[in-house]
Design a protein around this ligand. Structure first.
Ligand SMILES: [Cu+2]
Length: 319
């Protein structure tokens, strides 16, 4: 029931289980067809359309669909998963559901997702940052180009952003694609000093709650002089990690596990604090707002501020 989330470089066992689970969850045997998702969007009057090929999807694809859909549900501040206070709790709920799927497919109720402490790599010289072990066949495979080596070479991308706004396209399955460190605008990863600046913030979030404020959430999400921190990791890896369908690359989960770990570190220092509270602030971002879910029970931020029923980070156990 409660997994331990460890640094991917510490345990080869957790690493291999993670990679195995990603490939297993990506088998197109969910019983859900692309047309089922198209019908789901229509029936629920959701502001997205689905185009492209009919095919059976994987559970993994449904997670990709869930993320891009949440991103297209606009709120008065940001959307149902980004650009406001809900960013951290929404991704926590999302990761819990993926972790539970991994536990099922691995037959291991104690499995915890690994995290990638990207700020450690951000301390390396720029030209070494995309050449670490993470981007080898034992870990995630190629940092640049198509993923051709290692277990993740078996992953197939089936859902991508369409050519039009608010469009998802079902495409002929293809490998995951990356362009780590290739864009001159963001050649390097975040640093520990940036993580420390996010941890030093005394407020979880502040009015007007969006992308312009100075708060723990907004610095960690990466909008302050962005893209930094979480956003920087997405843009730095590039390729499939850049658009709303970014969970197509399992690196997404290593990034978000680390983001969630930093939030846990922050709560360890500042308490189980969240803002805005009840009946305050923008709809969809309040402590008692029900978060958008298509897999598992929809939770509120309040219900997951303490994640100990689901998992703990390795350093919490050591401390
Ligand atoms: Cu996201």
């Amino acid at each position: 029931m409660a997994g331990t989330r460890e640094n991917i470089f510490v345990s080869t066992q957790v690493r291999d289980a993670f990679l195995q689970a990603m490939v297993a969850l990506d088998q197109p045997n969910s019983g859900v067809m692309a047309s089922d998702l198209a019908n789901f969007l229509q029936a629920n009057n959701l502001p997205m359309t689905m185009i492209g090929e009919e095919q059976e999807l994987s559970i993994y694809d449904i997670f990709v669909f869930w993320h891009v859909l949440a991103m297209n549900l606009d709120l008065s501040v940001g959307n149902a998963a980004h650009g406001g206070p809900i960013f951290l709790p929404w991704h926590r709920m999302y990761m819990i559901r993926l972790e539970q799927m991994c536990q099922q497919v691995l037959g291991d109720p104690d499995f915890g997702l690994p995290y990638w402490d990207w700020a450690a790599d951000g301390e390396l010289p720029v030209q070494e940052q995309w050449r670490t072990d993470l981007w080898s066949a034992d870990y995630l495979g190629e940092a640049r180009g198509r993923v051709r080596s290692g277990p993740l070479a078996q992953m197939q991308v089936r859902l991508v952003a369409g050519a039009r706004r608010r469009e998802i396209a079902s495409v002929t399955p293809r490998p995951v694609f990356r362009q780590a460190g290739m864009d001159r605008r963001w050649p390097d990863l975040p640093t520990q000093a940036q993580v420390d600046a996010a941890l030093d913030q005394t407020e979880y979030d502040v009015s007007p709650w969006g992308r312009g404020v100075i708060s723990h959430r907004n610095i960690l999400e990466g909008w302050v002089q962005g893209p930094q921190l979480h956003n920087r990791v997405h843009t730095w890896i590039g390729g499939d990690m850049a658009p709303g369908t970014s969970p197509n690359d399992p690196a997404f989960f290593l990034n978000h596990c680390n983001v969630d770990r930093i939030w846990e570190l922050w709560m360890g220092q500042h308490g189980l604090a969240y803002a805005p509270g009840r009946n305050r602030g923008p709809q969809g971002h309040r402590i008692d707002s029900t978060m958008f879910s298509i897999i598992g029970q929809a939770l509120t931020p309040e219900q997951i501020l303490d994640p100990s029923a689901w998992y703990a980070y390795d350093h919490q156990l050591i401390a």
